[in-house]
Write a protein that binds this ligand. Sequence first.
Ligand SMILES: Nc1ncnc2c1ncn2[C@@H]1O[C@H](COP(=O)(O)OP(=O)(O)OP(=O)(O)O)[C@@H](O)[C@H]1O
Ligand SMILES: [Mg+2]
Length: 209
Amino acid sequence: MGLPRRTLAGREVATALIAEAAEIGRVPPTVLRDGPFGTGMVQLWIDTADATELVDVLAPADLPAGWRVVLRAASEDGEPLLVAHADLPGLRELAILDVVVNNTDRKGGHILPGTDGRIYGIDHGICLHTDPKLRTVLWGWTGEPLPDEALDKLRKLRWTLDRDLGQTLSEHLTADEIAALAARTDELVAAGVHPAPSGEWQAIPWPLF
Ligand SMILES: Nc1ncnc2c1ncn2[C@@H]1O[C@H](COP(=O)(O)OP(=O)(O)OP(=O)(O)O)[C@@H](O)[C@H]1O
Ligand SMILES: [Mg+2]
């Protein structure tokens, strides 16, 4: 008998496997391990710098050059505030990974700026559902064409999903969930642009961090 599927730990491992196979986004090495309370997930600890270097809530005057604005809001005193994020290749790849894994919880605190200069995504326990649920702070590239390199990586992901990766993922996900992952990848390649919130569900996580 195999491991139980549809577990939070299995989704963490599956997302790490997808990121690694596609080379889209960076997830710390993540494995299943037996422990005193049963099987769970263990992940490499990443030493991090200040997370607000990547995502922040700030006054319009403080917006760093090149940052992408996601949301315009106001403080309790009525002062304008922006939710915004940096425009870096590693962050953009994480946004693309989130679309294919259907991440429903990409908060600022789930984006780690490693002291090694790399950007890591964590907390993927509620990814990979069959129903669309993308909820993220990384909407800053909405409507923009995907970089050619990302499109190539998505095609590679789709290829290996029908082969080795699909086989490995079947230890953690149901056939329906793998089919939905393949369909989301196909849709993203066909659209060729970063998606917009559908308006059918809350597209921004709360709290933001
Ligand atoms: N691999 C990691 N490397 C470094 N820090 C990590 C790692 N995994 C988790 N953390 C830290 O621990 C915090 C909580 O982890 P995680 O988000 O996975 O758990 P959670 O139970 O969902 O908590 P929360 O409700 O705060 O999101 C993260 O925001 C991060 O600061
Ligand atoms: Mg969390």
